[in-house]
Design a protein around this ligand. Structure first.
Ligand code: PXL
Length: 283
């Protein structure tokens, strides 16, 4: 039997409002990958639009988690980090990457910190500098346009974008360190939206677009990142994985829009899993 791959997913767990671990765990597991989780915080909901959420910081557990995993000699085919709540957490996860990097595994960083031109309210204004340092250790990063601008210390620009601007961002981001970048929230006109991929070694840039659905849906970055990683670990290349992730995310948003649920509740990704598994050739 083929060896099963294993991921370490390092995100918070927001009890309600489908994002971070409540998205990463089901999607990556469904794709046949063993998913270990390192929860960085436990919240009652995510921070995007709910008042009064609880926030239990788990920073003190992260090093003991890593030490225990090291003592078990665990190996991961990928380490996937998302929402990290403080500079201290960034430092600890940076050490985790040092400890768990191997010659052939993948460190994927989603620099979750901003959207729609603004840093999330809970982060201090110098947080992007700390995130930039973490990104320097990644093999692949998956920022949205706002995060990309913050990582590069540039002002945020409203779309539609030009191809030359997107390519400027992609190339600037690989200068930070990662070999590959997948930039989300790219659009050249009002009708389509998607991702741009760049592989510094091959020099290849590709665009994967889909129909644009108006409105802002929460947790879509986590859905996108989880599907992208699951496809990469199922041996699809960067462009193919981005195509699968864009289609999965768009389909989830379309279903959410059709069922008219509160956009803060996250997207209806569960219904898309069967089609995703067919595309991965799993059924
Ligand atoms: O989806 C990104 C995310 C993850 N976790 C928490 C968040 C957010 C975005 O707001 O608040 C706690």
């Amino acid at each position: 039997m083929k060896r099963q791959k294993r991921v370490a997913a390092i995100h918070d767990i927001s009890g309600f409002g489908r994002c971070s671990l409540t998205v990463a765990l089901p999607i990556i597991s469904a794709a046949g990958i063993e998913t270990s989780v390192m929860p960085t915080a436990v919240l009652s909901t995510h921070t995007g639009g709910f008042e009064g959420f609880t926030y239990r910081d788990l920073t003190g557990d992260l090093l003991p988690f890593a030490e225990h995993w090291k003592s078990l000699n665990l190996k991961f085919d990928a380490v996937y980090s998302g929402f990290l709540g403080s500079f201290e957490q960034l430092d600890i996860i940076s050490g985790f990457f040092d400890d768990f990097k191997t010659d052939d595994n993948l460190i994927l960083v989603d620099p979750v910190m901003a959207d729609n031109g603004a840093l999330y309210k809970i982060f201090p204004s110098d947080f992007p500098l700390g995130m930039r340092k973490l990104c320097s250790k990644a093999d692949i990063i998956i920022p949205n346009i706002t995060e990309a601008a913050l990582l590069l210390g540039e002002p945020y620009l409203e779309g539609p974008y030009s191809e030359s601007y997107i390519e400027h961002l992609l190339k600037g981001l690989t200068e930070i360190g990662p070999e590959k970048v997948v930039l989300t929230g790219v659009f050249f006109d009002e009708k389509t939206l998607g991702a741009a991929t760049y592989d510094k070694v091959s020099g290849q840039i590709a665009y994967t677009f889909s129909d644009r659905i108006p409105g802002y849906y929460h947790g879509t970055g986590d859905v996108f990142g989880s599907v992208l990683l699951a496809a990469l670990l199922n041996d699809f290349n960067l462009e193919q994985s981005s195509r699968i992730a864009v289609d999965f995310t768009t389909d989830s948003i379309q279903r959410t829009a059709a069922s008219k649920t509160d956009i803060r509740f996250g997207v209806r990704f569960e219904d898309v899993i069967p089609d995703f598994l067919r595309r991965l050739g799993k059924c």
